[in-house]
Design a protein around this ligand. Structure first.
Ligand code: CA
Length: 351
């Protein structure tokens, strides 16, 4: 097992200053030999369930790193940014084995995306229940992050599927964040009648996380060539794409929600998954946002004061290439998935 020590890098620029941290992190390779791992879920027994974009699902032993493929995966459209993408476990997974998976369907000229529920039993997926089908899809901008909220609703993001103008049309399902009951029905208190749409005006949101305490939904979103976003998602909110970007003002756009922060104003970092850290392993980080980035290969930590982002720190700076996904283990240690093509799951513990 390869172990490397990484020094904390403090960035005193941009949106604020962070207090210096005294405890660096230890980074170990839990497992390698993966191909574009996209989404990790920590199972009740501590093992990791990991989707691989080309169309596989693996269960990885969190102690040994041994992996075993899950049978019964649906056929996916694996191309460019499309394939087997976001997954989330049902809150009652330990009893019912139910999980949610967002994946790409069709082929290039009939590209779509689908959100389904499955039962995982004996290393096999069974009983697919399609919850949202024929969602817009493309080679790029498929979104597909999936999360269950603390109050038990199923949320999923979808990119604009390269049809940017559609993001402003609530009847078009690209460029949206959805909210469903976990049986796939539409909650009566969604903002648009009989629609799964919870928020709109998104370009390609690929991170969703609920803040402990108030349950607020936050999201990361890829900007075009600049202005990757960290957003706080509100019911019925318009996040501006393609009319307005980042933290820019957007006069005249009803219900517009500017980003809480952008990374950064002049470049793109290719922002990916985020979490709110809750664990004991890094007590100074409790309540902070952690997120990863593809293009810059960075792990960031954000300081928050309420809804205001007051500073950020770069914890890993391109030591492992592109970083796609982050998950927190029950002991507060962290898992990162790389996205280089020959990929690994990294395990972060206090040094
Ligand atoms: Ca925006």
């Amino acid at each position: 097992m390869r172990v490397m020590f990484t020094a904390l890098v403090l960035l005193l620029a941009g949106i604020g200053t962070a207090a210096a941290q005294s405890a660096p992190i230890k980074v170990a390779t839990l497992t390698d030999g993966l191909e574009h791992p996209w989404s990790m879920a920590v199972m009740p027994d501590g093992h990791l369930l990991v989707s691989e974009r080309p169309g596989r699902l693996q269960i990885i032993d969190a102690r040994t790193g041994q992996k075993r493929a899950v049978a019964g995966m649906p056929k996916v459209r694996a191309e460019s940014e499309a394939g087997a993408l976001g997954l989330a476990l049902d809150p009652d997974f330990a009893g019912n084995g139910r999980l949610y998976l967002c994946y790409s369907t069709g082929w290039t000229l009939s590209a779509g995306n689908r959100l389904s529920a499955f039962t995982l039993q004996d290393f096999s997926l069974r009983d697919e229940q399609v919850l949202l089908d024929d969602l817009p899809g493309a080679k790029w901008h498929n979104g597909c992050r999936v999360r269950v909220s603390p109050d038990g609703f199923l949320y999923a993001s979808l990119g604009d599927a390269t049809a940017a103008g559609g993001a402003q049309d609530v009847a078009y399902l690209g460029g949206k964040i959805f909210r469903l009951n976990r049986d796939g029905s539409i909650p009566a208190d969604n903002p648009f009648p009989n629609s799964p749409v919870w928020s709109f005006g998104h370009r390609n949101p690929q991170g969703l996380a609920f803040r402990p305490g108030d349950g607020a939904l936050w999201s990361t979103e890829h900007g075009p060539d600049t202005q990757d976003e960290v957003n706080r998602i509100v019911k019925g909110g318009n996040y501006g794409w393609p009319l307005c970007r980042g933290t820019d003002p957007c006069p005249g756009l009803a219900d517009y929600q500017p980003a809480k922060a952008e990374f950064d104003h002049a470049n793109t970092i290719a922002i990916s998954d985020l979490i709110f850290y809750q664990g004991d392993a890094f007590p100074d980080w409790r309540g902070d946002i952690l997120f990863v980035a593809l293009k810059t290969g960075r792990l960031y930590r954000l300081d928050l004061d309420g809804d205001r982002i007051t500073g950020h720190q770069i914890l890993i700076d391109d030591d492992f290439g592109r970083l796609r996904d982050i998950a927190e283990g029950a002991d507060g240690s962290l898992y990162l998935a790389t996205d280089n093509g020959e990929d690994q799951i990294l395990h972060l513990t206090p040094r």
